[in-house]
Design a protein around this ligand. Structure first.
Ligand code: HEC
Length: 99
C-alpha cells in the first residue's frame, strides 16, 4: 500500500512537472513585447527563443543577470530572476515550436 502511494505521488509529480513546462511561466509576460508570446519574435532585432536549447537560453539569462553578457535592453529584464525562474523560462521556450 505504501509503495503504491509513493508510486502515485511520483507519477503525479512527473505529470505536473511536464504539464508545467508547456505553460507560460508568470515571468514570461514581461518578455512578450520583444520576444513574442511563444518566443517567436517578429522584429529582427529581438532574437527568437522558441525551440532554442534550454541550456543555452538559461546560460544567456544568467549571463545577462550577472553582467557577464552586457546588453542595456536585456539587462533590466534578466535582473532579479531567480535560478528557478530562469530554468522555467528556458524550459518553456525550448518547448515552443520555432516559426
Ligand atoms: C525591450 C525588449 C526586450 C524584452 C522585454 C526582453 N528582451 Fe530578451 N533580448 C532583447 C534583445 C534586444 C536581445 C539581444 C541582445 C544582444 O544583442 O545581446 C535579447 C536577447 C535575449 C536572449 C539571448 C538570445 C540569444 O540568442 O543569445 C535571451 C535568452 C532573452 N533575450 C530572453 C528574454 C527573456 C526570458 C525575457 C523576459 C524575462 C526577455 N528576454 C525580455 C530584448 C528584450
Amino acid at each position: 500500500m505504501k509503495k503504491l502511494m509513493i508510486a502515485s505521488v511520483a507519477a503525479t509529480l512527473l505529470f505536473s512537472a511536464s504539464a508545467y513546462a508547456l505553460e507560460a511561466p508568470a515571468k514570461a509576460s514581461t518578455c512578450i513585447g520583444c520576444h513574442g508570446a511563444d518566443g517567436n519574435s517578429v522584429v529582427p532585432n529581438f532574437p527568437k527563443l522558441a525551440g532554442q536549447h534550454a541550456s543555452y537560453t538559461a546560460s544567456q539569462l544568467k549571463d545577462f543577470r550577472d553582467g557577464v553578457r552586457k546588453n542595456a535592453t536585456m539587462a533590466p529584464f534578466a535582473k532579479g530572476l531567480t535560478d528557478q525562474e530562469i530554468t522555467d523560462l528556458a524550459n518553456f521556450y525550448a518547448a515552443q515550436q520555432a516559426k
